[in-house]
Ligand binder design. Structure first.
Ligand SMILES: Nc1ncnc2c1ncn2[C@@H]1O[C@H](COP(=O)(O)OP(=O)(O)OP(=O)(O)O)[C@@H](O)[C@H]1O
Ligand SMILES: [Mg+2]
Length: 278
């Protein structure tokens, strides 16, 4: 690794543009991800999260702007980028006919690594899948499958990992299992960029959270910074602290139905829903 790579952020994105024909999905996306941190790209359905991940993992070309990953330009050094990352896509890559262990051995073989069996056993242990390792992945719960998927993407120890909606479709218990696996990754020094539609997931995991909305990053900060963007709540009626969801709705709410009430206090879900003004 060069001195530059040590100083640079793990991921640097500037002015990213992407359209699918008439649909202008990314309109100048900018953010940096610090090495060894967990960064959450938060956005609703169709916001363009997967598009960003595909560009950063070299599966898709941007129309404009620049992005570098691990110090390599995604457009001109795609091969180097691919060697520095792993991608766990929105849809699991697990082969259901094979056992969990066989899935891992297969990927290790494809990557020409020494001792695929040992690599598989180490990862099974790390993701609490040792007992299930010999069973077909088809018999795994959603959380187990997702953990296996993440384990597969770690083979070869990539410094940067992309997780596209790692817990979509999982039950609460399985989500917590996956969250723990993601935290463990970052503890070991891996940089994690994850996308999510869930505010609580970003809140739980991320060192920084960026909200992608209408093609741009509308806010980027730590959880504390995001919360600080809210005006102080009215004390008399508010018992709860504002949630990240309140922050989000406040920020994107300017073009929503309640826009006459621009200085609206966010009172933690107790606002009347019948359009009554205070
Ligand atoms: N290959 C494509 N051709 C045309 N339109 C596309 C293509 N891929 C994505 N889109 C559109 O671009 C927009 C952004 O899609 P993208 O998959 O990046 O969103 P997302 O934030 O990942 O959404 P989700 O949370 O549903 O996964 C959507 O409107 C989608 O329909
Ligand atoms: Mg997506």
């Amino acid at each position: 690794m060069t001195a530059n790579q040590v100083r640079e952020p793990a991921i640097h994105v500037q002015g990213l543009e992407k359209s699918y024909k008439e649909l202008h999905v990314l309109r100048g996306v900018e953010f940096d991800v610090a090495r060894g941190s967990i960064f959450a790209l938060l956005g609703s359905n169709g916001a363009g999260k997967t598009t960003v991940v595909k560009i950063l993992s070299t599966l898709l070309k941007a129309d404009g702007g620049t992005a570098s990953v691990h110090g390599f330009d995604v457009a001109t050094q795609a091969g180097d980028v691919r060697e520095s990352i792993s991608l766990t896509g929105q849809f699991a890559a697990v082969d259901e006919v094979l056992s969990g262990r066989e899935n891992l051995v297969l990927v290790a073989r494809l990557r020409h690594l020494k001792d695929p069996g040992q690599i598989a056993d180490d990862l099974l242990a790390r993701f609490s899948l040792t007992d299930a390792g010999g069973r077909k992945a088809a018999t795994y719960s959603g959380g187990m499958r997702r953990r296996l998927d993440i384990a597969m993407s770690l083979i070869g120890n990539p410094p940067i990992i992309f997780l596209d909606e790692p817990t979509t479709g999982l039950d609460p218990e399985a989500r917590i299992e996956v969250w723990q696996a993601v935290r463990d990754l970052a503890k070991n020094g891996t940089t994690v960029l994850l996308t999510t539609q869930y505010l609580d997931e970003a809140e739980q995991l991320a060192d920084r959270i960026a909200i992608l909305h209408q093609g741009r990053i509308i806010v980027n900060g730590t959880l504390g910074e995001l919360k600080a963007l809210l005006p102080p709540a009215k004390v008399e009626y508010v018992e709860k602290q504002p949630t990240l969801e309140d922050v989000f709705l406040k920020l994107v709410g300017s073009n929503s139905k309640n826009d006459s009430n621009t200085g609206a206090d966010v009172d933690a879900g107790t606002a009347p829903s019948d359009g009554t003004t205070k």
